[in-house]
Design a protein around this ligand. Structure first.
Ligand code: HEM
Length: 163
């Protein structure tokens, strides 16, 4: 356990890192389909979130055919996976401060709020569970969830305040 600002933070273990990396290595060949499933879940729960994506709000192209959607989905998967690796190695998220700050600013500008991050967390875990039912376990859920939480927390802390 490490102490961070009075809070006890559980160390990210080698087992947790291995679970995330192993499952992502297995899933990434289907990243395009996975990304689509992931977003369909997000928009099923939070349909109004579509309006925040510049390339969706005025688009008549069905979601399944919108090629711009998948890179964001992949980014969430890849950055969460990379976060798991860095957390285990260094206890930190491992994304450059300038990148986190830019991402924080973009999300804040387009109106992403805590509820969106929660819906996205749920959709991420559900997508993984459905993609790899045989590998899925409470430990796997916990490892992806923890890496995602740390990434989002750090991104939020790096968001420039709009004063
Ligand atoms: C943009 C990553 C969560 C909606 C971006 C960008 C990155 C990113 C790297 C491009 C940033 C830039 O160019 O400055 C992530 C990661 C997330 C996450 C790693 C979680 C771990 C979310 C959530 C939502 C969201 C929860 C809303 C449901 C958006 C939107 C954009 C964006 C609307 C702008 C897209 C556009 O119109 O070009 N995200 N994101 N993101 N993200 Fe996320």
């Amino acid at each position: 356990m490490r102490q961070t600002e009075g809070l006890e933070v559980k160390a990210f273990t080698e087992e947790q890192e291995a679970l995330v990396v192993k499952s992502w290595n297995f899933m990434k060949k289907d990243a395009a389909q996975l990304g689509l499933n992931f977003f369909l879940k997000i928009f099923e729960i939070a349909p109004t979130a579509k309006k925040m994506f510049s390339f969706l709000k005025d688009s008549d192209v069905p979601l399944e055919q919108n090629t711009k959607l998948k890179p964001h989905a992949r980014t969430v998967f890849v950055m969460t996976c990379e976060t798991a690796v860095h957390l285990r190695k260094t206890g930190k998220v491992g994304v450059k401060e300038s990148t986190l700050s830019k991402m924080g600013a973009t999300h804040s500008r387009v109106g992403v709020v805590d509820e969106h991050f929660e819906v996205t967390r749920f959709a991420l875990l559900e997508t993984i569970k459905e993609a790899i039912p045989d590998m899925w376990s409470p430990e796997m859920k916990n490892a992806w969830g923890e890496a995602y939480d740390q990434l989002v927390k750090t991104m939020k802390e790096s968001t420039p305040t709009s004063t």
